[in-house]
Design a protein around this ligand. Structure first.
Ligand SMILES: [Zn+2]
Length: 558
């Protein structure tokens, strides 16, 4: 390289409407990247001055250029594997379901079990799905379908028989094989322990291990399986890049996933930065957190990192497994069963915090949110206040009293804009009836939390909802109240974008490196097909990523 080109940029983006998310310079026309970092942000002349003979030039054609999206809660491995499953999102009614299942079954004559995903709790209207419905569609081959939230699955009789759960099984609290009056399983399987035996038949157990047990494959997969698993990871990373995502915070994990991603990295194909947590389950003991500390020690690069412990405190509203303070509106004797007792959780939170690790807890009901905040408070009392940035995931319901605690305790609220019922991905029922009208004002309180001053990160929880951050931004901006007297939970474009950029970076302790287009920051950005500031929120879904750049390299080009 000659002396003259040594200071030239590797890549420049020109003709853009650059939304930097940097308060010092909120907008610009062009960006230059060198050695994987942002070298300059400014007007075209400033950036063109860095153009050399080998500089790659990307013409944004007047479209928005925004920081690479940070997806703060998702499941990379299982999401990628599920791209090959029968997709049931939007399918309603028995006939439509039958046609979809039969067509899929014909396309996979040799599959041991057929698996569908994205089946609404109301896929058959008001009628609850049982194995008999599924038997009427497919009597002789095993079939299993997942609700979008992946907390409930429905199996036909063949599948229940093959997995040996037709007669039920003892499970730990929070899990349930729903039994019929005939003493046999009805087909509805609530939570991991209930559906794992059936899901195992698909031979995809290893893609869900980080979620179901947090454990490792035993015996370790064959070389062939490992190749296949790396291919699944690559497919997932590619899916992220094509949606403008440059960083993902995975919400399940084990060594195996980190090893696969590290192999993908050494092959030069790690096209998104990935954080993988240790998954702590309620059957574990505190000493098992040594593994979390070890994962953090071994993986701490800007491309692949850990340092996070993920837990589930409760389940979901739709299957009454979320933990409530007061009983469910449609089940007056029931508040749900936590996966940990509040005291147990306090001990666990204090120990994780003592190790200097970050905590993220799935907490859907207001009772779960409160118990988890109590745990973080206890950890702070035990270990002293530090910049811990512990997180509460989902917060589908909370209370007026707990909102300010997010700010007081420095806790991050992780919200999924596609999730509120009646919005982007889910029907109103059964969720809104489970919550009950009195509690609606504190359901999915995105704007309330932002206005209170909490850090709020956005995510899809893919494959629970489509991964597309632009759809997520649109959902956040168009959030519809369920009644006129509910608070307005819509957010501005600026807040929607912040939830997928600066706040995501904050959640990773990386706000000085990513989430903004600013000199010295990572060269992570996405060029969009239109100017999002000039696009009505109703039309935002038409805006598409055109070029995704991560670490200065083009990772997706439309
Ligand atoms: Zn999740």
């Amino acid at each position: 390289m000659s002396v003259q080109t040594v200071h030239k940029a590797d890549l420049i983006v020109i003709n853009g409407r650059v939304l930097t998310m940097d308060a010092a310079r909120p907008s610009a026309e062009a960006v230059a990247i060198k050695d994987g970092l942002i070298a300059a942000v400014g007007d075209r002349a400033t950036v063109e001055a860095l153009r050399g003979p080998h500089t790659k030039v990307i013409d944004a054609r007047g479209g928005s250029v925004v920081p690479g999206f940070i997806e703060a809660h998702m499941h990379l491995f299982s999401g990628a594997a599920e791209l090959a499953h029968l997709q049931l999102a939007g399918v309603h009614g028995f006939e439509t379901l039958r046609d979809a299942v039969l067509a899929y079954a014909r396309s996979r004559p040799d599959a041991r079990i057929l698996v569908g995903q994205g089946a609404d709790y109301t896929i058959l209207g008001a009628e609850r799905v049982t194995r008999h419905h599924l038997d009427a569609i497919l009597p002789d081959r095993a079939f299993l379908m997942a609700a979008p939230d992946h907390h409930t699955y429905w199996a036909n009789t063949k599948a229940l028989e093959m997995a040996d759960v037709l007669h039920g099984r003892e499970l730990t609290p929070g899990n349930e094989i729903v039994m019929g009056a005939d003493g046999l399983a009805e087909g509805e399987l609530r939570e991991n322990e209930a559906f794992n035996p059936v899901l195992k038949l698909a031979g995809e157990g290893r893609v869900r291990l980080g979620l179901s047990t947090g454990g490792e494959r035993d015996p370790m997969p064959s070389a062939e399986e490992r190749d296949g698993d790396r291919a699944i990871m690559r497919r997932g990373l590619d899916w992220c890049a094509r949606h403008g995502i440059t960083s993902v915070q995975n919400m399940d994990g084990n060594y195996y996933q980190l090893e696969l991603l590290s192999e993908v990295e050494s092959e030069g194909d790690l096209i998104c930065r990935v954080k993988v947590p240790f998954h702590y389950k309620n059957f574990m003991t505190l000493d098992q957190l040594d593994k979390a500390s070890d994962m953090d020690r071994r993986y701490h690069s800007e491309w692949l990192s850990s340092g996070l412990v993920k837990l589930f405190y409760d389940g979901v509203l739709d299957s009454w497994t979320a933990v409530m303070i007061e009983p469910y509106a449609d089940r007056p004797d029931w508040v749900g069963e936590p996966l940990f007792s509040p005291e147990e959780f306090k001990r666990i939170a204090a120990e994780i915090d003592r190790r200097g690790l970050q905590i993220a807890v799935h907490s859907i009901g207001d009772g779960a949110v409160r118990a988890v905040l109590d745990g973080y408070e206890a950890a702070q009392k035990a270990n002293g206040k530090r910049d811990s940035r512990h997180r509460v995931e989902h917060i589908e319901l909370t209370t007026a009293a707990d909102i300010p605690r997010f700010v007081d305790l420095g806790v991050i609220a992780s919200m999924q804009p596609p999730h509120p019922p009646g919005g982007m991905s889910f029907p109103l029922e059964p969720t809104v009836s489970r919550i009950g009208r009195e509690r609606w004002p504190y359901a999915y309180p995105t704007r309330t939390l932002i206005d209170a001053g909490a850090h709020v990160v956005f995510a899809s929880d893919w494959p629970v909802a489509p991964i597309d951050p632009i759809l997520g931004m649109q959902a956040a901006m168009l959030r519809k109240p369920w009644a006129d007297d509910m608070p307005d939970q819509r957010v501005s474009l600026q807040h929607a974008l912040a939830g997928y950029t600066v706040e995501g970076a904050y959640a990773e302790f990386m706000e000085d490196k990513k989430g903004r287009i600013k000199p010295g920051f990572f060269g992570d950005l996405v060029v969009l097909s239109a100017d999002i500031e000039a696009t009505a929120p109703e039309d935002l879904h038409e805006v598409r990523p055109v070029t995704t750049i991560c670490g200065g390299k083009v990772t997706y080009q439309a």
